[in-house]
Ligand binder design. Structure first.
Ligand code: BT5
Length: 269
């Protein structure tokens, strides 16, 4: 049984946002919220600020055709459509501000530290370990003039999954329930998340970079990591800093600094 706590009649009257989640589209079951939102946007049916949220995804996606798995009724699974007129170098600001909105919202419901594992993993720290409870999936579209015109930001957060429901994953998974020891209201978390997302977007749109806050929450920095790059190359070293455009700086044992723009990070112990 699933409590229908995310249906529009339960959520819309409580929204504190001005433009985000207006409209708010709820699906009990969907393929992928990112895919459906992209189709509706391509058909001209939705514009800036639209949100698609599902109680269950049949084909939830991560990056690089990976799967995002979440039992029905357990999670927040949503995508938002934004139509910024930003230089393309700022595209990663969207991942940064979404990650920071997750930090802000989740911190209101759980007392364990919330961190960001570069580039897009949301992590909780307990029992001397960081575990993944969420991920961000950004899909942007540029125009011919190097401007970012439209982007879909997908956010998946494990809210009330029990230990037995956590998926098999390379990065150890967790949920707010498992980490905090008590269930969290998906609706209240959603409302806090949407408010933080709107604030973060408005700040970025006014030209204020979300970089400093994001970098301060990157638990990856100062640690020994192994980075698998998009082309399959693997580099091991220390993650030292990040850049305003979202790259990770890695120093290898030979003292060389590498700028990583895309890839997966494994923490080494
Ligand atoms: C991500 O990809 O972490 C981004 C996930 C974004 C999901 C949201 S849900 C709403 C929206 N609609 C979609 O279709 N997607 C977005 P990536 O960094 O590639 O990580 C994917 C990997 O995380 C998988 O290969 C698994 O190892 C692991 N994984 C899958 N489901 C997980 C879960 N529920 N909790 C923790 N790890 C998970």
């Amino acid at each position: 049984m699933t409590i229908a706590d995310l249906v529009p009649s339960e959520v819309v009257p409580l929204l504190t946002t001005r433009w985000l989640a207006r409209p708010y589209h709820y699906y009990p079951t969907i393929g992928s919220t990112n895919e459906v939102l992209k189709q509706l946007a391509a058909a001209g049916k939705l514009g800036h600020g639209a949100v698609v949220l599902a109680n269950f995804q049949q084909t939830g996606r991560g990056r690089l055709r990976r799967r995002w798995q979440a039992p029905m009724g357990s999670s927040l699974l949503l995508s938002l459509l934004v139509q910024p007129d930003w230089p393309v170098e700022q595209v990663q600001w969207l991942t940064m501000l979404a990650s920071m909105a997750v930090v802000t919202a989740v911190s209101q419901f759980i007392s364990v530290p919330v961190g960001i594992k570069w580039p897009n993993d949301m992590m909780l720290q307990y029992d001397d370990d960081w575990r993944k409870f969420g991920g961000i999936l950004l899909e942007g579209e540029m125009d011919g003039n190097g401007r970012l015109r439209q982007a879909v930001l997908g956010i998946g957060l494990n809210v009330n999954l029990a230990v037995a429901e956590l998926p098999d994953a390379v990065t150890p998974p967790t949920s707010l329930l498992v980490a905090g020891g008590q269930p969290v209201s998906r609706r209240d978390l959603l409302l806090a998340l949407l408010a933080a997302l709107e604030q973060g977007y408005d700040d970025a749109d006014a030209g204020h970079s979300p970089f400093a806050g994001w970098q301060a929450h990157l638990m990856t920095l100062g640690t020994a990591v192994q980075v698998t790059q998009a082309n399959g190359d693997v580099l091991a070293g220390e993650a030292t800093a990040a850049t305003d455009s979202g790259a990770l700086l890695l120093t290898t044992p030979d003292g060389q600094e590498h700028t990583i723009t895309a890839g997966d990070v494994t923490l080494r112990r």
